[in-house]
Design a protein around this ligand. Structure first.
Ligand code: PMP
Length: 363
């Protein structure tokens, strides 16, 4: 038995993988695989449209929001967001709370002026309260990353902007893990490879009135207006990824919807954080408790900077019990357990059991 705690590409629901497998050679009775279907065929259209309809239902998307299925991953959207939105005033506000929002700001700076609204920090361990942000009233948009995958820093609030500047959010690593009020956002994007599917497809939700304001240099594949006008079929979309993602949406619907995912995420992450907090400093999560991620849980073992020998032993022990991909991101080290939607409570309990036993043996 293997339990995959990877940060992404990450575990998909076993049920979905089995459905994909059963349908692989003969997709929905077409006699061919989804990978071999024309993206203009009626068979594919059903898959494409069902995925979009299910996503709209899961998020209760208001009519004035468009869903685009794009390529280029989260990184593609770092550029796309700026290319499509920064033109209004030439500047944008970036709330940098981790390495992904930092990368997004760097990318956007190629296309306009970037204002960083919170002070630079050596280590990302908190979300500064909104009262401290230095917002620019002239910004074309305010950008933040809801869940920083590397640092394990997750917003515990949705920013309330004093003006009608649109809010742009990277939800790549916590998309569909908790209910959101889409009306509060101008753009939400998410690469699929954590919570909703394989890599290669990126979901972009855009408020209608923000479409059509791109810079002239915007490449066609990153152009929201072109993608929208062509129902995300301007060019060949990542058809297989969209198909798998659609199956994941169905699975989420069968399992309590986004609210169900949220309950699971709270229960799973609590199990692990409780062990950390009751370990008398043996396990250390550097993130402020209010900003602790429900999806990516980073921690050190033995000391705040980590006892590398102990951490190595922990990872070896975990692997010997089938628990894999628990190594922290190379930039921060230590351990990181990613508890995305597809990770079950029973699987999390296995990890909790290992952590408790390892603590008892080494404290
Ligand atoms: N944003 C977040 C929050 C991420 O975790 C990642 C990747 N892990 C990215 C953006 C970049 O995504 P991609 O690798 O698909 O470009």
């Amino acid at each position: 038995m293997v339990i995959n705690f990877a940060a992404g590409p990450a575990k998909l629901p076993e049920e979905v993988l089995k459905e994909v497998q059963a349908n692989l050679l003969n997709c929905n009775g077409s006699g061919i695989s989804v990978m071999e279907m024309s993206h203009r065929s009626s068979n594919y259209a059903k898959i494409h449209d069902a995925a979009l309809a299910d996503l709209r239902e899961l998020l209760k998307l208001p009519k004035n929001y468009k869903v685009l299925l794009m390529q280029g991953g989260g990184t593609g959207q770092f550029a796309a967001v700026a290319l499509n939105l920064i033109g209004r005033t030439g500047t944008a506000d970036y709330v940098i709370t981790g390495s992904w929002s930092a990368k997004a700001a760097k990318e956007a700076a190629q296309y306009g002026k970037v204002n960083t609204v919170v002070p630079k920090v050596d280590r990302y361990i908190d979300v500064p309260r909104q009262e401290t942000w230095k917002l620019d009233p002239n910004a074309s948009y305010v950008y933040y990353c809801d869940n920083e995958t590397v640092d394990g820093v997750e917003f515990d609030f949705v920013p309330q902007l004093p003006t009608d500047v649109p809010l742009v959010c990277d939800m790549s690593s916590n998309f569909l893990s908790r209910p959101i009020d889409v009306n509060k956002f101008g753009v939400i994007f998410a690469g699929a490879q954590k919570n909703i599917g394989p890599s290669g497809v990126t979901v972009v939700i855009v408020r209608e009135d923000l479409i059509g304001k791109h810079l002239k240099i915007t490449p066609s594949v990153l152009n929201f207006e072109l993608m929208d006008k062509n129902d995300s079929l301007y060019n060949t979309p990542p058809t297989f990824g969209i198909y798998v993602m659609g199956q994941v949406f169905q699975w989420i619907k069968r399992n309590g919807g986004v609210a169900g995912m949220c309950e699971r995420a709270k229960a799973k992450s609590k199990l692990i954080y409780d062990i950390i907090d009751k370990s008398n400093g043996f396990y250390i999560c550097p993130v402020a408790s209010r900003a602790r991620s429900h999806m990516n849980l980073p921690f050190r073992i033995g000391s705040a900077t980590g006892n590398e020998a102990l951490e190595k032993e922990f990872l070896t022990k975990a692997e010997s019990q089938g628990m894999i991909q628990l190594k922290g991101h190379r930039s921060v080290g230590g351990i990181r357990a990613s508890l995305y939607n597809a990770i079950t409570l029973a699987e999390t309990q296995q990890l909790a059991k290992l952590m408790q036993a390892f603590y008892e043996n080494n404290k």
